[in-house]
Design a protein around this ligand. Structure first.
Ligand SMILES: *[C@@H]1O[C@H](CO)[C@@H](O)[C@H](O)[C@H]1NC(C)=O
Ligand SMILES: *[C@@H]1O[C@H](CO)[C@@H](O)[C@H](O)[C@H]1NC(C)=O
Ligand SMILES: *[C@@H]1O[C@H](CO)[C@@H](O)[C@H](O)[C@H]1NC(C)=O
Length: 538
């Protein structure tokens, strides 16, 4: 068995090496809709390279400043005879609004004497800047930069407008600084949505000033309202929408200090508290929810708001005498009681001008949802087919669980080398025969039981690059060998920017000095002599 596994690895490695030696064009991930290229290499002189635009957007100005460094990760390089050059960015719209469906379209035209990005919006321009960064090659032996394959013409736009990664900070706290770091990684790979599953059974880490619901793991594991605003603003400056999820009426036991009688008494479900829902007989549960949604929607400005709705034990309600009496008085079944909660959440969100996103469970249970609801499908393609046939928009996540380290059982399957391909091969529209236009995109989900801020980067990257290309590029692009070369190249590039992206095959990724210094600085408080004396004593 062990030998067989080794052989598989060897075959994959040889394939990877072969793929790398066949590089025959710009290594861009996700691969653009259309790329034409030539065979001329133009030298770039970082000291004489300018990015200009007539746009007055300060968000775009920030992106230009970032990419002025990201284009040249190893500094200015050796003295260069390359002439001065300008990358000119033309943006049609002055709007800085970032919301669902904003145009991310862009074109790039690059010759040996001129570089241009054109875009409808500043967010399209940002995607173009990322692509442009991936055209630039650094040559270590001459300590210089160049753009091979000139002239290049790229015309690019995303296949789906909703391309997200979900993080779960209910199970493990992730500091605001980490969430902002992750947002940067998402924008490098052209994801445009961070779905932040803020709370769950285990903890409620968000500060909600006028409610009593905050119930963190630890008093330091809290996002203040200023933290949340900073995260949302950081997302905007990187072209990443931040969509919050406050999961109700189950997966919410951490909300219990919001009101004393918020939850249903059903001890036979207490071995899995996730399933225990709020009590409809509570005098205050709905008010607490309303208060949280209202206060949080003033910080999370996106027009979509996720209310979870997954995995509630309907029979839990039958076990609580107060809830049983409430249902009897209303003449409600358990599903009608779930309907009662979902209707209330919808009403609150409508008053806040927010569109509701829910996991597929209410739909599966037979709850009628408002027609503009977006249903987030974790279950299956066949369920998504009936959801879109009923006229709802859908987001696919069933094949994109990044927390599953080995998604295919019964096989030798490696976390990075193999599983990125599982994600890459999973087209959201595979098996969807009608109403596919209602599938608005997909999300990779990194559930938090085994993922804290140290594990998220390396479990999301580079595997999520398979998802980002699937959601951005043309559906006909499915060749794993060419994708492996490109995804490996981007994985190294984002590592050079400080994202802990795992390796896909044996290679060497050269680190800029600042990243290398950080990685190589021991954080031990012991001196080298002290460490040695401890080692000798043992
Ligand atoms: C982006 O370009 C594509 C292809 O031309 C087009 O179908 C799409 O409508 C454009 N998107 C937006 C938001 O303008
Ligand atoms: C707020 O929650 C705490 C428990 O953390 C509780 O002791 C207190 O009574 C609650 N206050 C209100 C007004 O509900
Ligand atoms: C509601 O949100 C939409 C964006 O989704 C926005 O265009 C509209 O102006 C908002 N309406 C109000 C009353 O705020």
């Amino acid at each position: 068995m062990k030998l067989l596994a080794t052989l598989f690895v060897l075959v994959a490695v040889l394939a990877a090496i072969e793929a790398q030696s066949q590089v025959a064009g710009p290594l861009i991930t996700p691969y653009p809709r259309s790329v034409t290229f030539g065979s001329t290499t133009g030298l770039l002189n970082p000291q004489k390279f300018k990015i200009t635009t007539s746009s007055s957007s300060s968000i775009l100005a920030g992106a230009i400043q970032r990419y002025s460094s990201l284009f040249f990760p190893f500094g200015n390089g050796a003295a260069s005879s390359a002439p001065a050059a300008t990358l000119n960015i033309k943006v049609a719209s002055a709007s800085e609004t970032l919301d669902f469906g904003v145009s991310e379209n862009y074109t790039i035209s690059a010759t040996t004497s001129s570089y241009t990005i054109t875009a409808d919006t500043i967010y399209g321009a940002m995607r173009g800047l990322e692509t442009f960064s991936q055209l630039i090659a650094y040559t270590q032996s001459s300590n210089s930069y160049s753009i091979p394959f000139l002239p290049i013409v790229i015309n690019d736009y995303p296949r789906f407008p909703w391309r997200g990664i979900m993080i779960d900070t209910g199970r493990h706290f992730q500091p605001a600084s980490y969430i902002m770091h992750l947002i940067e990684g998402l924008s490098y790979s052209k994801f445009n949505t961070l779905h932040w599953h803020v709370t769950d059974t285990e903890s409620f880490g968000a500060e909600v000033p006028n409610s009593n619901v905050t119930n963190p793991y630890n008093s330091v594991a809290v996002w203040s309202t200023a933290d949340i605003q900073a995260i949302v603003a950081h997302g905007k400056s990187y072209g990443v929408r931040v969509v919050p999820e406050f999961d109700v009426p189950a997966h919410s036991y951490s909300w219990r200090y919001g009101a004393p009688d918020m939850f249903t008494n059903c001890p036979s479900y207490y071995n899995w508290m996730d399933q225990v829902p709020m009590s409809p007989a509570s005098d205050n549960a709905l008010d607490v929810v309303k208060s949280v949604f209202t206060e949080m929607s003033s910080l999370f400005v996106d027009s979509f708001f996720h209310t979870g709705g997954d995995e509630l034990a309907l029979d839990c309600w039958n076990e609580d005498p107060a809830v049983k009496a409430w249902m009897a008085q209303k003449g409600f079944s358990t599903v009608q009681t779930e309907q009662y909660f979902e209707d209330y959440f919808t009403t609150v969100l409508q008053s806040l001008n927010r569109t509701k996103v829910v996991w597929n469970d209410p739909y599966s249970n037979g709850v009628a949802l408002a027609k503009d609801t977006v249903v987030h499908v974790w279950d299956s393609t066949s369920l998504m087919q009936s959801i879109v046939n009923d006229g709802y928009r859908a987001i696919a996540s069933f094949d994109y669980y990044l927390n599953d380290q080995i998604p295919v059982s019964g096989q030798t399957h490696y976390e990075w080398q193999d599983t990125w391909q599982d994600f890459y091969g999973a087209d959201p529209l595979a098996g969807i025969s009608s109403n596919g236009h209602l599938v608005i995109g997909g999300e990779g989900c990194i559930w938090g039981e085994q993922a804290d801020q140290f594990a998220v980067d390396v479990r999301v990257f580079p595997r999520a690059l398979g998802i980002s290309e699937r959601l951005w590029s043309d559906e006909s692009l499915t060749d794993v060998q060419s994708a492996l070369t490109r995804i490996g190249a981007l994985s190294c590039r984002i590592s050079q920017r400080g994202i802990a992206s795992g390796p896909l095959f044996p290679d060497f990724c050269l680190m800029p000095d600042d990243v290398a210094d950080y990685l190589e600085t021991p954080r031990s408080v012991l001196s080298r002599e002290e460490v040695l004396s401890i080692l000798r004593a043992n």
